[in-house]
Design a binder for this molecule. Structure first.
Ligand SMILES: Cc1cc2nc3c(=O)[nH]c(=O)nc-3n(C[C@H](O)[C@H](O)[C@H](O)COP(=O)(O)OP(=O)(O)OC[C@H]3O[C@@H](n4cnc5c(N)ncnc54)[C@H](O)[C@@H]3O)c2cc1C
Length: 512
């Protein structure tokens, strides 16, 4: 029996999954092999526990639903792609005729894909199908290969691009494709596969059980969770979605729950493909159709258009993740790597409570509000510490549950002030915001700070964002003496900001 492999990568879901549909509908195979391949040692090197746990939960959820719908398990294998495909394709018993996977331009995925292509040169009868528009609204290859393609740098560029690709309907909505239903058809799974790959079979339940029970990780992985969150934060919150303006959302999370985002919190699900971006787009559109609504760039659709923009740029801009020969990055002379500065920033021990609370939240849960990300990245680079944006990018890449190569690099370029789409480099965020700051902090009770920086639990709100300014008796009565119980600020924020702006200006002048 000819077998079609469904190679799940960045779309860990059944809904709106064209890769799944195309494999099940293909007439070139009678059986299917639904696969996920991971390399545990590499995973551990590149990600922290929150992200790995989220992945395992997502795979278990996919396995359960795949089995319920199609009668067979998801086959999870631990090993190198090249080796595993070598075994699968080298075995006549399996008779693999085709492989379906979701299109991706992430460097790791491209590397795995290339090793598979090398094997396929010796197996000319096996077709590899890279299915587009599984993790994006746009067919990225089609767009970047258009004759008159120009890299988008603004929301205006994106609106033009969308208007061409998705002509607006009579109500003014882009004609983005409808999400696809879960297929009804099914195919059997060959029963001899486990013999062929038995040394790679991965006991995911056992691996998941090894994670610490007391972990603060907040987001549980999986399509089931994604759909519940989509309903709770989007579909049933019409007014919230219609009025959603990203820069107005509060960065210090929900007042009742310091772990619950003020935004949708859907990014981890989009990043692993537990949720289709098309489904989120369409659920948002349903809300919009019922009345006035916000517009890009601030609106929810605007956020998803930024996502598409960075997917396009990450494919079309050479050296997207570097400051060398990257047309979207001015090469600024950043300071040398400073392990002390990096460690204090990463651990949340800078002596700036807002920065520390955000970095501790990142470490514990793998998530941080967009404006928090603005503040800590500005602080690390052009604001206070004058460290290279790539260093911060790497920390985010390892710790964010929603880490996404295209988006993470794009946003770090943006915040470091080095890209054409960056804000002006001299507009800095104060790391000590007050209630009027554009970082939108809840400053009255400052519960977010008290939760993440418990050393300051009893500090008066008046001083909590800049506690070293509190007179000593106040520090003592709050059981937190600065310099003893909580660090002094690691830099004089105003002095270094002035120096750094001068360095940035000087560095820019040298580029002319
Ligand atoms: C320095 C820095 C690094 C970042 N790294 C990542 C990353 O690795 N992965 C990631 O998903 N987001 C990243 N972002 C963008 C943004 O902060 C998150 O997408 C957002 O905070 C996720 O929360 P949410 O799902 O509640 O967002 P919502 O506001 O509810 O937005 C919905 C979705 O829109 C997309 N989106 C929102 N903002 C952006 C943006 N600025 N750029 C591109 N897409 C966006 C995301 O997919 C998000 O889930 C980064 C931002 C900064 C400043």
């Amino acid at each position: 029996m000819r077998t079609g492999i469904i190679w799940f990568r960045n779309a860990l879901r059944l809904n709106d999954n064209r890769m799944l549909i195309e494999c099940l509908n293909s007439t070139n195979s009678e059986a299917i092999l639904p696969l996920y391949i991971l390399d545990k040692s590499e995973l551990k090197l590149k990600n922290n526990d929150n992200r790995i746990k989220f992945l395992y939960e997502s795979l278990i959820d996919l396995d359960v639903h795949f089995k319920a719908k199609f009668g067979s398990n998801l086959i999870i294998l631990n090993g190198r792609c090249e080796e595993i495909f070598g075994k699968l394709l080298g075995n006549d018993l399996l008779d693999v005729s085709e492989i379906f996977t979701d299109y991706s331009n992430k460097p790791d995925d491209v590397e795995n894909e290339n090793s598979l292509k090398r094997i396929l040169t010796k197996n000319a009868s096996v077709n590899l199908h890279l299915i587009s528009k599984v993790n994006s609204l746009i067919n990225i290859e089609e767009v970047v290969n258009q004759e008159n393609f120009k890299a988008p740098k603004t929301m205006k560029d994106m609106e033009k691009l969308f208007s061409n690709l998705f002509p607006k309907d009579e109500s003014g909505f882009y004609s983005v494709d409808e999400p696809l239903d879960i297929p009804e058809s099914s195919k059997s799974v060959p029963d001899n596969y486990s013999e062929i790959v038995k040394e790679y079979l991965f006991d995911i339940e056992k691996e998941l059980s090894l994670f610490k029970r007391d972990s603060k990780s907040y987001f549980k992985g999986g399509e089931s969770e994604a759909l519940v969150r989509l309903e709770r934060k989007v579909s049933s919150e019409e007014e919230y979605i219609r009025n959603f303006r990203k820069p107005r959302t509060i960065s210090t999370n929900n007042l009742e729950n310091p772990l619950e985002p003020e935004t949708t919190g859907l990014s981890p699900y989009l990043s692993f493909g537990c949720l289709s971006t098309r489904l989120l787009w369409k659920e948002t559109e349903k809300c919009y159709r019922n009345g006035d609504h916000a517009q890009p760039p601030e609106s929810m659709h605007g956020q998803l258009m930024f996502r598409e923009m960075f997917y396009i740029l990450s494919r079309s801009v050479e050296n997207w993740d570097s400051d060398t020969n990257n047309s979207m990055c001015k090469k600024i002379e950043w300071g040398a790597y400073d392990s002390n500065k990096m460690e204090l920033w990463e651990k949340g021990e800078t002596g700036f409570p807002y920065i520390d609370a955000m970095m501790r939240q990142l470490d514990a849960t793998g998530w941080m509000h967009h404006l928090g990300r603005h503040a800590v990245s500005c602080f690390l680079t052009r604001g206070q510490l004058w460290q290279h944006w790539e260093l911060g990018r790497d920390v985010f890449d390892k710790k964010l549950v929603d880490a996404d190569w295209a988006l993470n690099n794009g946003n770090w370029l943006w915040l470091a002030g080095v890209a054409p789409f960056s804000m002006p480099y001299f507009r800095l965020y104060s790391p000590c915001p007050d209630g009027k700051s554009s970082l939108n902090v809840e400053a009255k009770n400052a519960e977010f700070i008290r939760y993440w920086v418990p050393e300051l639990k009893h500090f008066p709100s008046k001083y909590i964002f800049e506690p070293h300014l509190a007179p000593l008796p106040i520090q003592e009565s709050a059981n937190c003496v600065i310099g003893k119980d909580y660090p002094e600020p690691m830099v004089d924020r105003k002095v270094v900001a002035k120096e750094n702006l001068a360095k940035f200006k000087e560095s820019l002048a040298k580029l002319k």
